[in-house]
Design a protein around this ligand. Structure first.
Ligand SMILES: *Cc1c(COP(=O)(O)O)cnc(C)c1O
Length: 385
């Protein structure tokens, strides 16, 4: 069957891989030179090219975004019993590495203008932990669906307490905040190249930083922490987290079309807005002034009273037509795995829980045709009537 056709029987995904064309050339180079290994010229070039794109000094290509968060925590010295603050409205991979270090996650609510970490809740969490004499070792700030968090406010608070920030830019590669690229703000930034992200290596990630020494250390830890000796000497424990030279070839080809993909994602968002925004009771994820979102996924909110429907009604109607839509991420403080964790709300109303109750992510694949997208819009309109 032809790929990417507008065949109405074919499943429409939230965000599926979309190759640019040159990926296979770089993969071919890897084959031709027999660099079929978790290191090699494609890895080095991909790291260099991504660091350039993001405007940071150095990057370390890894097997996943999750691995990048884990290494960032390890490099910041997060250990058993340490506290780490983390956005609550995110994919579980933002927080799981905190558990790998046997540290304790503390979840921070969203605020309505970006859906990301609330500076108010963050300040409350810091005040509380300061009083207890247990400041966190790190703060993981997520940029949800491509929208940057309120970084000025957040970085100010973290600097005041001298706690380093890990910017989880897994969903926001290609976005920017006040002209500076997403992922370049914290002590560390992480990207993901999982199959559903804006660009993919089928699976992979990147740790970036202006701290070149830390990135060197990341490459060392990601390759089993091998000391410089003939006989495989190890002074500490490491991981097998490096990216293969084949997949880095895919990444290099994908990076060439990243800005094009951002444009396409933004067009998809704009077409949804044109098609649905006139309906009272539907509103779209905001784009904070001064920020530029890659619009990885188009997300919107349903006023359940006004429209007399639930997000699940829309998701169900789309599923009947073989179209994938999803609720927004279930907040981590509501997840059975993390129910015991501390949580700081934005105010008396918990913003992340409200977003979860009303939010829907719509199909946002850049290889979706305009006809297919119009079909999605028509189905939603029908449910809302
Ligand atoms: C995808 C994602 C990750 C994890 O990346 P992987 O490459 O799948 O390990 C982390 N955080 C967020 C917010 C994500 O969306």
């Amino acid at each position: 069957m032809e790929k990417n056709s507008s065949n109405s029987k074919q499943k429409l995904y939230l965000s599926s891989p979309h190759m640019g064309g040159n990926e296979q050339l770089y993969v071919q180079e890897a084959f031709d030179s027999n660099w079929i290994a978790p290191l090699g010229p494609n890895v080095n070039k991909f790291e260099e090219e991504l660091a350039n794109y993001a405007g940071v000094n150095a990057a370390s290509a890894l097997s996943s975004g999750t691995a990048a968060i884990h290494l960032a925590l390890r490099l910041l010295g997060v250990q058993e019993g340490d506290k780490v603050f983390c956005s609550t409205l995110t994919f579980v991979a933002s927080a799981n590495p905190i558990m790998y270090q046997a540290a304790e996650p503390i979840f921070i609510d969203s605020e309505p203008e970006t859906w990301n970490i609330s500076p108010v809740a963050l300040k409350n969490a810091f005040d509380d932990s300061y009083k207890k004499g247990e400041l966190p070792k790190a703060v993981i700030v997520v940029n949800l669906y491509g929208q940057s968090a309120k970084l000025d406010e957040i970085l100010d608070i973290c600097e005041q307490y001298e706690v380093p920030v890990i910017e989880d830019a897994a969903e926001s590669l290609g976005s920017s905040y006040k002209g500076q690229k997403s992922g370049s703000f914290g002590h560390f930034g992480i990207y993901s190249f999982n199959g559903n992200k804006i660009i993919t290596t089928s699976g992979g990630g990147m740790l970036v930083s202006n701290d070149e020494e830390a990135i060197k250390q990341s490459r060392f830890l990601a390759a089993q922490a091998r000391d410089n000796a003939l006989h495989y000497q190890h002074s500490t424990y490491g991981y097998n987290y490096r990216m293969s030279n084949i997949l880095a070839g895919v990444g290099r080809g994908q990076l060439e079309v990243l800005d094009l993909r951002v444009e396409q994602k933004r067009s998809i968002f704009n077409r949804y807005v044109e098609g649905l925004n006139h309906i009272e009771g539907i509103e779209f994820m905001p784009e904070l002034e001064g920020t530029f979102s890659n619009r990885w996924l188009t997300a919107c909110l349903i006023d359940r009273e006004k429209l007399q429907v639930n997000p699940s009604d829309i998701i169900g109607a789309l599923a009947e037509e073989n179209i994938e839509a999803r609720p927004v991420w279930k907040p981590l403080h509501m997840q059975p795995a993390y129910e015991q964790s501390m949580f700081f709300p934005h105010d008396s109303q918990i913003v992340s829980e409200d977003l979860f109750a009303r939010g829907i992510c719509l199909p946002s694949g850049t290889n979706m045709s305009v006809e297919d997208q119009n079909r999605v819009i028509e189905i939603i309109k029908k449910v809302l009537n």
